[in-house]
Design a protein around this ligand. Structure first.
Ligand code: ZN
Length: 241
């Protein structure tokens, strides 16, 4: 594939991922998803500041990893674009990042109750999801990750994991590609809801670290990702695209 075709496909898939994560209720009027530039690993693509459900090709902007606008400068960017750039800087293995505020994950950012895989699909978010708290380092803020310094601090807490929680705010997910980022984001949310439901009945028996590793490896392979992507696209109104 030529660079132009790769770039065009990346834009198309990024628009689809915006629509998918909105349709699945992971992101609402807020939250965002990005992809690393397919031809230049020092850049990433992200919508202008807009609700993901209505993002189009024309809304996609290009950034350096430090959050500097490269193209699309006539638009207003997301204040929290630094989350994405800082994670791409720290994680060469990551090619897609999401940031969401799905309500079921929030209690796990507040209480010390761990967000662990309670069922097989939850394994895609990995083991030991860390919690990032902006308070010790940055004091009282407006809770947005709106500087590169804060983004780097968050990326450090994320480490080599697939997801991290932000205290009183939401979560970030990091994955190898755009289909995987949808899978991690959606099933992280569903797993959190299942734990909340289960805790009312008793103490859950979570998946073991070994089960999580094997299950995540299976689910994040090409066949399950292709099958899920087709399903999500259809639900978002893009069947056959
Ligand atoms: Zn946010």
């Amino acid at each position: 594939m030529t660079k132009e075709v790769l770039f065009d496909n990346a834009i198309r898939d990024l628009v689809l991922a915006n629509r998918i994560l909105a349709r699945e209720g992971v992101i609402d009027g807020f939250g965002h998803v990005s992809v690393r530039h397919p031809a230049n690993p020092q850049r990433f693509l992200l919508s202008r500041s807009r609700s993901p459900e209505i993002v189009t090709r024309e809304d996609i902007m290009e950034f350096d990893l430090d959050g500097t606008v490269v193209s699309g400068g006539e638009h207003r960017p997301y204040a929290e674009r630094f989350i994405h750039g800082a994670i791409y800087m720290a994680r060469p293995d990551v090619n897609s990042v999401s940031h969401h505020h799905a309500p079921p994950v929030i209690p796990f950012s507040l209480t010390g109750v761990p967000l662990k895989a309670a069922y097989h699909m939850g394994a895609v978010a990995g083991t030991d999801i860390p919690v990032w708290d902006s308070q010790p380092e940055f004091g009282d803020t407006n809770m947005l990750v709106d500087t590169l310094e804060m983004g780097k601090s968050l990326a450090k807490t994320l480490g080599n994991k697939a997801a991290a929680l932000l205290r009183g705010h939401g979560a970030v997910c990091a994955a190898a590609d755009i289909r995987a980022i949808c899978m991690v984001s959606i099933y992280m949310r569903d797993n959190a809801q299942l734990i909340l439901d289960t805790l009312a009945l008793g103490e859950p028996k979570y998946l073991s670290d070994g089960e999580i590793e094997k299950t995540a490896g299976m689910l994040l392979s090409d066949m399950p990702l292709a099958r899920a992507w087709d399903y999500w696209k259809a639900r978002a109104g893009f069947q056959g695209l």
